[in-house]
Design a protein around this ligand. Structure first.
Ligand code: 5GP
Ligand code: ZN
Length: 142
């Protein structure tokens, strides 16, 4: 898409540190890494977020994220890995081209992901109400 920085990076129009490339994806190093090796899985086709992108591409992106996570564990000897994927400004998404973060983690590191800084309290009735509604919506979306 015209003017999209991740389209340009994914499709090689702007050179960048590439960890992996195939016909549909490019995995690059994040320009502002949370830890060394912090990678981004970018589909070459443009889709703003998970709501715009087809399920097959989303599935392939996550399968590729698994490969990247395994490589990080092997090469960087990290203790854990975060797979993070933001959708929409409210979630913290800043680049509006779908991407999956793969972030190596170490015991005691100071990486703050921000997303889980709160824990909402719900009563049992409310929880049950949303559980049923969500369950129905997922089943209907097959
Ligand atoms: P978001 O908050 O949208 O999930 O994450 C966007 C990520 O893209 C950020 O971690 C940011 O550092 C990274 N980023 C933004 N612009 C560039 C760029 O031009 N090159 C690279 N390699 N990463 C970028
Ligand atoms: Zn794009």
């Amino acid at each position: 898409m015209e003017g999209c920085i991740f389209c340009a990076l994914a499709n090689g129009e702007i050179p960048t540190n590439t960890v992996y490339e195939d016909e549909e994806f490019r995995v690059i190093l994040d320009a502002n890494p949370a830890n060394i090796g912090h990678s981004l899985v970018l589909p070459k086709k443009h889709g703003e977020n998970i709501f715009e992108l087809d399920a097959q591409t989303v599935g392939k992106a996550h399968a590729l994220a698994k490969k990247v996570a395994e490589a990080q564990k092997k090469v960087l000897n990290c203790d854990g890995v975060n797979i993070l994927q933001n959708n929409g400004e409210a979630s913290g998404q800043t680049v509006m081209h779908y991407h999956v973060h793969v972030i190596p983690r170490y015991k005691g590191d100071k990486v703050g992901l921000g997303a889980f800084g709160q824990c909402v309290e719900l009563d049992k009735e409310e929880t049950q109400k949303y559980l049923e509604k969500l369950s129905k919506a997922v089943s209907e979306n097959e």
